[in-house]
Design a protein around this ligand. Sequence first.
Ligand code: ADP
Ligand code: ASP
Ligand code: MG
Length: 448
Amino acid sequence: MSLPTTDVKTEDLSAQTAKTKQLIVQKFGGSSVSDAEGIKRVARRVVDAQKAGNEVVVVVSAMGDTTDELLDLAAQVTDSAPAREMDMLLSAGERISMALLAMAINKFGASAQSFTGSQAGMITDGIHGKARIIDVDPHRIRTALDKGHIAIVAGFQGMTRSTREITTLGRGGSDTTAVALAAALEADVCEIYTDVDGIYTADPRVVSTATKIDRISSEEMLELAASGAKILHLRCVEYARRFGVPLHVRSSFSQNEGTWVLPSADDKITIQEGVALEQPIISGVAHDRSEAKVTVVGVPDIPGKAAAIFQVIAKAHSNIDMIVQNVSTHGTGRTDISFTLPIVEGADALTALRAAQPEIGFESIEYNENVGKLSLIGAGMRSHPGVSATFFKALSDAGININMISTSEIRISVVTHADLLDDAVRAIHKAFELDGESEATVYGGTGR
Ligand code: ADP
Ligand code: ASP
Ligand code: MG
């Protein structure tokens, strides 16, 4: 596959223009458009991409930490904001950046038009706060491109078809807007511009010596994103794989080549030079502070009780992650069931569980937000006992106590106390010799 790029040096221009015109979707995250200077820097980059002969669609996130600030603001007004109004509020963040970016581009002599998610044809289901895209009808974007405009689209938002309600896609959802548009417009590439040079073997904010990955298979990236690596929204990786959209994750602050996420089915595993074929291939370490641990204490140890608990949770639209059931305490006929779920879903899940307590018959509920999850991702883990031995020895040498464990063919995850999580990530990264020679650059953002 040819890997398109928009960084065209002057001497390459003639070669570029000789090629057929490419359609590029560029997505800029909040840290790339955090202030007026950032918006102008991004505008120049977008205009350059168009001048190089491409059709350009831009998806923007809200400026800096705007989404978090809007959430804080809502929390000061009420502790029970209607989900519909929350989406009206949060979708405003992206509208600010889309309009400012369009103004900046027009100032630089190119022509840009901005569109909200609904104007851009992002049709979603009606689950406010975590809506899913069910259709994309980008005809207004196509028309804008045909007229020579750069189309700017507000990320993270859409509209229901029948009721025309405004929805948001969940935190980090602008990545998914970009990929969905790229798929619908049959774009040649979707470029995700952020505040680091690409995808690393761990979050460079935690492991300064993390190594940049040049190419990663979508399978590996899916597992990293599912385990909390927030560099890409999980659903954007799924979407890109399903529709064969090549993703290029790179920095908006540098011209460096970033990381290619390759969707092709025959490129399952990133082949590392010098690694014997049957060795486990470690992709990286991910961590996640966004989950809480729930323990349902004293559940009657009879068939059907776990099912009843998880039905209640599913009805509250919560996504359960790790689950552990303890051995029944001898003679009591009762057991404890622990699981993790996103903190933002904690309150609803607890309310639903409490309501079902008399019927299910458990004794109490414990809820702990002070936990963190670490995951080591790599192919061939289960068939290499040495991997778990190294993993648990590294944690014990670093004095890290483990709360929960889960494993799969390509992942080992543990839950620890939140305060120990960064140390745990560094210990595992080092134990699996993932450290690079130089320090990774973090160009911007607050890491919030
Ligand atoms: P944006 O605002 O551009 O969407 P995000 O904050 O959502 O940016 O994602 C970029 C951040 O993801 C980086 O600043 C970095 O701290 C974090 N990150 C987590 N895991 C990784 C990883 N494996 N590689 C690179 N960055 C990572
Ligand atoms: N602004 C939204 C958020 O902060 C969406 C995004 O940035 O992708 O989650
Ligand atoms: Mg993001």
